[in-house]
Design a protein. Structure first.
Length: 546
């Protein structure tokens, strides 16, 4: 079993004289001790059942690791004075205090778990498997996004995790019941995390690691979506038709989520928008996507305020797909739509995570496919952003050839058709699914090429909350995904105007509408302006509904 401590780094330039038994003996109790310190600081915050369960899982995990790895002190490589026949008998342990501290932390965990009735529930295989893959994935994510601390590489943290994982897998063997276990997915996550960890330690290629992680994140999210059994029925809807003769007299305006935030925070803009909402000529429209974003606010007070404001501004006028799949303007109480979104919240979360994974790997994949180096990327982005979408996707475009664009469209965006097939696609009536597929593919393509900049940002500032051992998706996930933006663009295609406070989104939406042949106009509202305003006076004139 001791072979694992050196064989896994045979391909490394790491000093082969490192005694990994000593390193694990020193570092593992330090990491476990860090969690105890964090736990003590935040003990008053463990109020709800979810937090207490998460704490117990981590406590059992560290105890199980300390218990399992305690056997390293019996190996020949260990110069521990208590070892009868140490391999390095000619030298005594230079840091006996590490062994003492290991046992101290080990006994501390045992004492706490005994007091909190968790010690008799320890299962070495399951308790380690439930956390280890996610700590590995968390560290790999930080490495791939270059948001790790210098200490991570200096202390060879990934190498230590590889040692621990190898030792664990050899000690417990293959899990025969993983496909029957309620937490069997943890075993699959462990095998994949170890596979990616070994590959990275061998090649040290961050771009390749980023792509591999994103592919796995996407597979994970899709699997979660397929395993989420949530259905809506006709009882979840309370829609009423609006006479066509009424709609024809109105200018329909769709605003994205950020505009409502500006409405709540700026008094001048608040008054202006309220006055527009009172006009008979203008009808503001909301969509299910607004309620999905309200669900993400995770604050009942703010959620209620946002729902009330959307209801007041839009008079419960909503755009959504009906039975034939096409978009239609109807009325439905905001609260009913919100309840439906709340019911689908878990499913939407998985879908957003899948889209995050798609977007985060775009730059690496596109540069690899088109063989752009880092110096060329910014130049290409600036050049193509000077073109309209019809110019960019024109087969005769000389700035970037049509073959390259379609390679990205097929291989990275996942389209089955060439981009030119979507020219004027929405001049004919399309279902919401057809519109969304077209908009999504063009949106991904634009971001892959850096057209009007890639709006997907990545967290680059290190935060202690993401440091080992705590695993929390919040601290390495994409700050923004295009998941909700795509839906806003789609729903707004049924209206005369789409208003957004996001400049990049306004540029991309305008070019998507231009290419698809939609009549929707885009208005960019500068929220950082001293007196932000929405130039809707021109909308008082009669405008034909798309």
């Amino acid at each position: 079993m001791s072979e694992n401590f050196n064989s896994h780094i045979a391909c490394e330039s790491t000093d082969n004289d490192i005694n990994w038994v000593c390193k694990v003996c020193k570092d593992l109790p330090n990491y476990a001790g860090m969690y105890l310190y964090q736990r003590e600081r935040e003990k008053n915050q463990l109020k709800n059942v979810k937090d207490r369960c998460a704490d117990l899982i981590l406590m059992k995990y560290y105890y199980a690791l300390l218990h399992l790895l305690d056997k390293i002190h019996e190996l020949h490589e260990c110069p521990n004075p208590e070892n009868d026949v140490p391999k390095y008998a000619d030298r005594k342990c230079s840091t006996p205090e590490c062994f003492v501290y290991y046992r101290y932390i080990y006994n501390t965990y045992a004492s706490i778990l005994m007091t909190e009735k968790g010690l008799n529930q320890i299962n070495l295989r399951c308790d380690i498997c439930s956390v280890l893959p996610y700590t590995i994935f968390s560290d790999l994510e930080m490495i791939a996004k270059n948001m790790h601390s210098d200490d991570m590489e200096k202390t060879q943290k990934l190498e230590i995790e590889a040692v621990i994982a190898d030792y664990y897998l050899e000690a417990v063997g293959f899990c025969e019941q993983w496909d029957e276990c309620p937490s069997g997915v943890d075993w699959l996550e462990l095998i994949k995390s170890v596979q990616l960890l070994r590959k990275y330690l061998e090649k040290k290629d961050r771009k390749e690691l980023q792509i591999s992680l994103n592919e796995w994140n996407r597979v994970r999210s899709i699997d979660n979506i397929l395993n989420t059994e949530i259905k809506t029925t006709c009882r979840d809807f309370q829609t009423k038709n609006i006479p066509l003769c009424v709609l024809e007299k109105k200018t329909l305006v769709y605003m994205d989520f950020g505009v409502y935030q500006l409405y709540e925070s700026n008094e001048v803009f608040h008054t202006q928008l309220y006055n527009y909402a009172e006009m008979d000529e203008i009808q503001f429209v909301y969509s299910p996507t607004h309620m999905e974003e309200v669900c993400r606010m995770d604050n009942s007070i703010f959620e209620g305020k946002r729902r009330d404001n959307i209801s007041k501004i839009c008079s419960n006028c909503e755009v959504l797909p009906v039975r034939d799949g096409c978009l239609k303007i109807l009325t439905e109480p905001v609260e009913v739509c919100f309840d439906r979104a709340k019911k689908l919240q878990v499913l939407n979360q998985y879908a957003e995570e899948s889209e995050c994974a798609t977007f985060e790997a775009l730059e690496e994949k596109t540069c690899g496919l088109l063989r752009w180096d880092e110096k060329e990327v910014e130049t290409h982005r600036k050049e193509i952003s000077l073109l309209t979408s019809t110019q960019l996707f024109d087969p005769k475009n000389e700035m970037i050839d049509n073959e390259s664009i379609n390679r990205v469209f097929y291989e990275i965006c996942g389209s089955r058709f060439p981009v030119e097939d979507f020219k004027d696609y929405c001049k004919k009536e399309r279902t919401f699914s057809e519109i969304r597929e077209a908009v999504r593919l063009l949106f991904i393509l634009m971001n892959a090429l850096g057209y009007h900049r890639n709006k997907i940002e990545k967290r680059t500032k290190f935060t202690y909350k993401a440091f080992y051992p705590t695993y929390d998706r919040e601290f390495y996930r994409t700050i923004r995904s295009g998941f909700y933006d795509v839906d806003h663009i789609c729903y707004a295609s049924k209206c005369n105007y789409f208003v957004t406070c996001d400049y990049a989104l306004s540029s991309q939406a305008m070019e998507i509408y231009r290419y698809l042949g939609c009549k929707t106009n885009v208005i960019y509202c500068e929220k950082k302006a001293p007196d932000p305003s929405l130039p809707l006076v021109v909308l008082c004139k009669k405008t034909a509904t798309p």
